[in-house]
Ligand binder design. Structure first.
Ligand code: ZN
Length: 436
């Protein structure tokens, strides 16, 4: 069996999740930890919330749409979320409002537990926290990353909560889990389809269930970095709301990018703040080339009626950065230094540095790289402003080229007749074919 098949990554989507719920409903009755009835073809459906409360809410909503309830086990020591953070607390409240239960996901590694009495006292203490925070009684507890010692603690309850790993539950109820983002022992779909188990305990971790198939580490990456971006956003937004200065250092020059592409902004912001200046310089240079092509293509198509495929063919034959200072006056009727607020000499110097960096792979010093980053931020921002005010380029900014088509009434100022356009295009091609 290939590793891909073993992972069954296509199983872990929300669409598949709904199908699993429907399959489960066909053969089992959803029961909760208050009404453990092993003989009745019951299924205990539980979630250990290890990675994401946002994904927990998503699953809770899907379960509610399917008219079933489950139990969400929450870890007060979780590295991936903070239960006392306002937005996260609100998520738990929403899950409860949908009719689901909560349990304690107990992280024994936080303590140094040596006896069952200690375990009893600590589970009781943490159960009290959940009750105080959310004003409901947790119904059971499960171990986070259980050790041999913890698995040997097999009493029915500790600290007043049902133990999901009690001897009775472990022996009486067959179990199926998605631990680590794949089916380690049994595939849940097959378990539910065959329905051979008289009753079941199903454990899923909501972070594993995403909208599209992803490898397990990709799913964690999404949760972790999604949260990190949200925290940075919270910081920036807080300063803005209170009209305070946001002293971002040189990386503050990337602000213009935020309005154009949030993903590009996050990437560049990360590179700058983590000191990857050569990588950032290349990325900004790449964005700049993309912007140039986008502008040139938009202008040629909209002003001169050139076919997009002809423009692309032409762009493949020339080195755009070398010719751009002559191309912009010809096609856009405006000087290059007006668009970019820079001189051609300075521009050619930085283009040369980037081409060398790109082709020969020799890093430049961090001082030069940072100077280059500031330079490309300046011309990217300046050109984006110019493009935004230009009919043919419109809000092109540095977005993808495909959005070049626009309503006729915006193609006004510099537009020629198709005949004149094709004459101008032929002349331009001839000039650069012989004199690139
Ligand atoms: Zn866990």
């Amino acid at each position: 069996m290939s590793a891909f098949k073993l992972n069954q990554i296509e199983d872990f989507t929300t669409a598949q999740y709904v199908e699993l719920l429907r399959l489960a409903k066909l053969n089992y009755k959803f029961i909760d930890y208050r009404e453990l009835a092993f003989e009745e073809r019951g299924v205990l459906w539980r979630h250990d919330c290890d990675y994401s409360l946002n994904r927990s809410l998503r699953l809770a909503q899907l379960e509610s749409q399917e008219s079933v309830n489950s139990t969400y086990f929450l870890n007060p020591h979780c590295e991936f979320y903070n239960l006392l953070e306002k937005r996260q607390t609100e998520i738990v409240e929403k899950i409860l409002l949908l009719g689901h239960d909560i349990g304690l996901h107990f992280d024994a590694a936080y303590y140094d537990i040596e006896s069952e009495d200690q375990l009893d006292a600590l589970v009781k203490r943490e159960a009290g926290w959940l009750k105080n925070w959310f004003d409901v009684e947790p119904v059971a507890f499960s171990f986070h990353n259980p050790t041999q010692f913890l698995l040997s603690c097999e009493r029915a309850t500790y600290g007043g909560l049902i133990n999901c790993y009690s001897r009775t539950l472990k022996t009486a109820i067959p179990y199926c889990s998605d631990s680590n983002g794949y089916w380690r022992f049994r595939r849940l779909r097959e378990v539910l389809e065959s329905a051979q188990d008289p009753c079941l305990q199903v454990l899923t971790h909501p972070g594993w269930w995403q909208e599209t198939p992803l490898h397990p580490r990709e799913r964690i990456f999404r949760s972790v970095y999604g949260r990190a971006h949200s925290v940075m956003n919270h910081y920036d937004h807080g300063l803005q709301t209170h009209e305070r200065k946001n002293l971002a250092g040189p990386a503050g020059s990337l602000q213009f990018l935020k309005k154009i592409s949030i993903v590009q902004y996050q990437l560049c912001d990360f590179l700058w703040n983590s000191g990857h200046l050569n990588e950032l310089l290349l990325e900004l240079y790449r964005l700049h080339i993309r912007q140039l092509k986008s502008f040139f293509r938009a202008a040629a198509v909209n002003y001169w009626h050139v076919r997009p495929s002809d423009v692309d063919e032409f762009l493949q034959q020339i080195e755009l950065e070398r010719c751009i200072s002559q191309l912009t006056p010809a096609v856009c009727d405006v000087a290059w230094d007006v668009i970019t607020s820079t001189s051609d000499i300075e521009y050619q110097r930085w283009s040369q540095i980037c081409r060398t960096l790109f082709r020969q792979g020799h890093d430049v010093s961090s001082d030069i790289a940072e100077e280059g980053c500031l330079y490309f931020c300046k011309i990217l921002a300046s050109a984006a402003v110019w493009g935004g005010a230009e009919d043919a380029i419109f809000n092109e900014g540095i977005s993808v080229i495909e959005s070049v088509e626009m309503p006729l009434n915006t193609k006004t100022r510099r537009q020629t007749s198709p005949l004149l356009g094709s004459q101008k295009w032929r002349a331009l091609k001839q000039k650069f074919a012989t004199d690139p």
